[in-house]
Unconditional design. Structure first.
Length: 381
């Protein structure tokens, strides 16, 4: 195969795309017909079903993972004067909630093989003003900070996992989200392992924290929507956001969750393994490992002359991408810029290959064959 004489299969033209099982359309339509577009009965059911799946006492559904991170920071009292340790290698959605509250992102380097932060880097970055750590579970890989969690707790530092890409992943025998010492935030956005079209969820540590998050997600109002409808007044106790999930979105999420283990998990795991096998002997391509417990969100390789490879594959109709340009080099966060040599080296090399459940193992082999051709062409140029 050469890059010039083949037509790519339709599935590989997309870096990622939603995967629907079919009943989502009817479920959303019924929610629309029922006329409840705010947080209603379906959203309550979605929360209970998520909690049962994760084996946790409670889950607080929200409008997005970005909002979820901001609500979690608010609930933990993070604000002006506080430092929040966070990797630069993530989507800007992880960082904007920190600065929106007047806190300072303290960017740290990641492990070059996993693109995730390690306990030693967190400890080295601690300051007297540190009040939170946000590990990003890049690609679905669990981040193990268990060796330092007790020490962080002793200093009043909260760990808020950005698990937007890691729903269903496991750390050893436990689901991501099941550690009661950690606040975990998931995304149910368009291309996530479970989609509600848009949406997210927070796993709180305590019943009190859950109640606080529910108040914050409803503009600081202390009563639920059901309670407000039945009375003539309500109380706004403090700050808050409009962060509830719609019943229409929850209806889609419930269908997705029902079929998650049966369809999505095996497809994503099988596709990732197909990529790993095909990439094993590709000179110049290094696979970013997601570990054994992940439900993979994407497949990322490190390649030389990444921009040229990216251009060649996209010109051939293969939907490669980059996740993500590092945040410490972005103009919006220039005030907190500092040298991160590992992150900056990876940022020049990372390339996301097409990855979604509609793809087959043959699709993965096709993409890898095209990548091999592109790398060979660059070496010979």
């Amino acid at each position: 195969m050469t890059l010039s004489d083949t037509v790519p299969p339709p599935a590989v033209r997309y870096n990622a795309r939603p995967y629907l099982h079919g009943p989502e359309t009817d479920a959303a339509a019924q929610a629309i017909l029922d006329g409840q577009y705010g947080h209603g009965r379906r959203a309550d059911l979605f929360e209970r079903e998520l909690a049962a799946y994760l084996s946790v006492p409670d889950v607080v559904a929200v409008s997005s993972a970005t909002t979820g991170i901001q609500l979690a920071l608010l609930a933990c009292g993070i604000g002006p004067g506080n430092d929040v340790i966070v990797p630069s290698q993530t989507f800007a959605a992880t960082i904007q909630p920190i600065t929106a509250l007047g806190a300072r992102p303290r960017f740290v380097d990641h492990d070059p093989g996993t693109l995730c932060i390690e306990p030693a880097a967190v400890l080295e970055a601690l300051t007297p003003d540190t009040r939170a750590v946000i590990p990003v579970l890049y690609g679905g890989r669990p981040v193990d900070l268990s060796s330092i969690l007790d020490r962080l707790q002793e200093h009043g530092i909260t760990v808020i996992e950005d698990a937007a890409q890691a729903f269903g992943s496991r750390l050893r025998d436990a689901m991501v989200g099941a550690d009661e010492r950690v606040v975990t935030v998931f995304s149910f956005g368009p291309i996530k392992q479970v989609t509600a079209l848009v949406g997210g969820a927070i796993v709180p540590r305590t019943a009190g924290e859950a109640a606080r998050l529910r108040e914050l997600r409803t503009l600081g109002i202390t009563s639920s929507q059901h309670e407000r409808i039945a009375t003539t007044t309500y109380t706004v106790a403090g700050p808050g956001l409009r962060g509830t999930i719609s019943d229409v979105n929850a209806a889609v999420g419930r269908i997705q969750l029902q079929r998650f283990d049966e369809v999505v998990v095996p497809r994503r795991v099988a596709l990732w393994r197909a990529y790993a096998d095909a990439l094993a002997d590709v000179a110049g391509a290094r696979l970013v490992d997601v570990g054994t417990g992940a439900v993979p969100f994407n497949c990322v390789v490190r390649v030389p002359e990444r921009d040229r490879v990216h251009r060649m594959l996209r010109e051939h109709g293969i939907g490669v991408g980059v996740h993500y340009p590092p945040n410490h080099l972005q103009p919006a966060f220039a005030a907190w810029r500092g040298p991160l040599p590992v992150t900056e080296a990876a940022a020049r090399e990372i390339l996301s290959l097409p990855f979604h459940p509609a793809m087959t193992t043959d699709d993965a082999r096709y993409v890898v064959a095209a990548l091999r051709q592109a790398l060979a062409a660059i070496r010979c140029a």
